[in-house]
Design a protein around this ligand. Structure first.
Ligand code: DGT
Ligand code: CA
Ligand code: CA
Ligand code: ZN
Length: 574
């Protein structure tokens, strides 16, 4: 289940948003925002901390620590409840729209009585915003686009939130007597970037104890349906979980069916029909006699359809059936193939953990190499300087000895300026082991300018990786508009890798873009972009996207041995 840290962080962030909406103290709002991030990324579970322990969290002073303590003991914070009650829920909904922000949301409510996202869309279409300060046709178009992104993602959860819930439930059900198999299926097993609901499967002779346990779990808030074959609940975070208990002999067929996707299942069922067979969640049968041909394992089911087993992330009807028939399924990259992380931060810029803590956590993951890539001076709020950067490099040289075979790379995450320029001149860039370059602002430039901007960054001989290439934030920010085929070509031509940023809110590039970029001959770096030791494991979600993009080990530069990686980073230079 999610850590208390996540819930407390969400509350503190909510309070920061509420303060911003009411035009309250901006300094205070920022303090709560910082505290929210610090609590969310803190290595220890806050539920285990006392008042003193809470105050040791960076950016958490006495007053905020008291609120967290209040939350931990009572499950609520009175001050935040009050602030919440003072603002119509529809107005808070508006603040979730990028390009709008709290101040403008409040203005819309005060001036025009707009109190919901639908109100706002209607008002824009009726041109009721014209004449209002701070709104013009371009802003209106951006807002409409953002509303569209929000609507399409509504109700779906980020993969890590669903994964935390699923893994806990699988552990709880696996411990029950009579449990022969238990796993999660559906979109989660396929590693989709967002999850509609969690599908859990159990193989057992008797279903009742599993259904009863699910209904009684501490985080179960509502029982949607309670039956013999299927039980559905909603967690206190509003996530639906479907549990199906299958007879052990039809485990494989059930797992295949409930893993989906629907589009993939339609194709496998067609294959069955053409062979005069019938495929269901209970098995693969002869159509006429009803005789069972396969059902116990997925491998059996696929084999009787004339196919090798197909890895779940490929099951989207994007050509995997044909590739399987030709014996040309990709040999997908796995998390175990990842030898190191090439994009991570420390508290020298906006990370929460110290260099030492990040290195220790990376070392514990068994990495062969690890790049520290704090922000560079152009992101002014990060207060990076050349002096600080050089001091960090010295410190890394001192620490290298403690980490045995894990090679520490001194890198940076550069900021790609609107014209494609970078933070430091070439002679300084040449001093880094590796440079990631990313866009952090001016997202609304036109397509031609953004394309030029990215291509210019690729052409810099020191840039090895373009970080979070589209800059999207799932459900929050749509991402920049570029001529991606031109960018992919430039990456392939210049030997610049595209990042698959593994942060669950980013997953950038996304699966479909990865597939497309690979066709252009692009290489990829699957990075965590960690801002805390707790983020390092996010790499599994980036690997999931890479698998959905059909990538093999050799497509991903951070599966390579260090010497080969270094050659790539030099981009043909010496
Ligand atoms: P989600 O929950 O929206 O993230 O996506 P899924 O893929 O987990 O979808 P879900 O939970 O509705 O159903 C789980 C799987 O069960 C789905 O991937 C395929 C299978 N399934 C469900 N309904 C149907 C159906 O009507 N036809 C077929 N062929 N398969 C279905
Ligand atoms: Ca599902
Ligand atoms: Ca479902
Ligand atoms: Zn970045």
């Amino acid at each position: 289940m999610p850590r208390a840290n996540d819930d407390a962080a969400a509350l503190l962030q909510e309070y920061a948003d509420l303060l911003a909406i009411t035009g309250g103290d901006a300094f205070k709002a920022r303090a709560y925002e910082k505290a929210a991030r610090a609590v969310g990324g803190y290595h220890a579970d806050i539920a285990t901390l006392d008042a003193k322990g809470l105050r040791e969290i960076p950016n958490v002073g006495k007053s905020i620590a008291d609120k967290v303590e209040e939350y931990l003991t009572t499950g609520r914070v009175a001050l935040i409840d009050e602030a919440r009650a003072a603002i119509p829920p529809g107005v808070r909904e508006l603040t979730a729209i990028p390009n709008l922000g709290p101040r403008k949301a409040m203005l819309l409510y005060d001036e025009l009585g707009i109190a919901s996202v639908d109100d706002l869309a209607a008002a824009i279409r009726a041109e009721r915003l014209r004449g209002l300060k701070g709104f013009g046709p371009k802003t209106e178009q951006n807002i409409l686009h953002s509303i569209d992104v929000l609507k399409r993602s509504s109700g779906r959860r980020l993969i890590n939130k669903a994964m935390d819930v699923a893994e806990q439930i699988v552990a709880d059900l696996s411990a029950i007597d009579g449990c022969e198999r238990c796993t999660y299926a559906g979109s989660l097993r396929r590693m989709r970037e967002t999850i509609g609901d969690v599908d859990i499967l159990v193989a057992a002779e008797s279903s009742a104890p599993f259904m009863a346990t699910l209904v009684d779990l501490p985080h179960t808030a509502e029982v949607i349906g309670h039956g013999d074959k299927k039980t559905s609940i909603r967690t206190d975070q509003g996530l639906q979980v479907d549990l199906r208990v299958l007879p052990p002999e039809s485990w494989g067929a059930g797992l295949q069916y409930f893993t989906g996707s629907k589009a993939h299942n339609i194709r496998t069922r067609e294959l069955a029909v053409r062979a005069k067979l019938k495929l269901s969640e209970y098995g693969l049968f002869e159509a006429e006699s009803g005789k069972t041909l396969a059902s116990r394992t997925e491998e059996d089911v696929y084999a009787r359809l004339g196919l090798p087993w197909i890895p779940p992330p490929l099951r989207e009807d994007r050509g995997e059936i044909e590739a399987a028939q030709r014996g040309e399924l990709p040999d997908l990259v796995t998390e175990a193939d990842i030898r190191g992380d090439l994009h991570t931060h420390t508290n020298l810029t906006d990370g929460l953990s110290s260099l030492e803590d990040m290195l220790a956590a990376a070392h514990a993951r068994g990495y062969a190499y690890y790049a520290v890539t704090d922000h560079a001076p152009d992101l002014v709020m990060q207060r990076m300087t050349t002096e600080k950067m050089l001091a960090q490099r010295e410190r890394i040289a001192e620490l290298q000895g403690q980490y045995g075979k894990m090679r520490i790379l001194h890198g940076t995450e550069l900021n790609i300026a609107p014209d494609g320029g970078l933070d430091w001149p070439d002679d300084i860039l040449a001093g880094f082991d590796i440079c990631v370059a990313s866009i952090h602002s001016h997202f609304n430039q036109n397509r031609a300018d953004i394309t030029k901007r990215l291509i210019r960054a690729c052409e810099n001989p020191h840039v090895a990786i373009i970080g979070h290439p589209t800059t999207r934030r799932i459900g929050k920010r749509p991402g920049i508009d570029a001529d991606w085929d031109a960018v992919f070509d430039a990456c392939a031509r210049t030997g610049t890798a595209l990042e698959i940023n593994s942060h669950p809110e980013r997953l950038d590039l996304r699966d479909e873009d990865i597939l497309r970029a690979k066709r252009h001959g692009v290489k990829f770096a699957v990075d965590s972009d960690s801002h805390s030791t707790t983020h390092l494991p996010y790499i599994r979600y980036g690997v999931g996207s890479a698998q959905r993009g059909w990538l093999e080990k050799d497509d991903v530069i951070n599966t390579w041995p260090l010497t080969k990686l270094r050659r790539f980073v030099r981009k043909g230079g010496s």
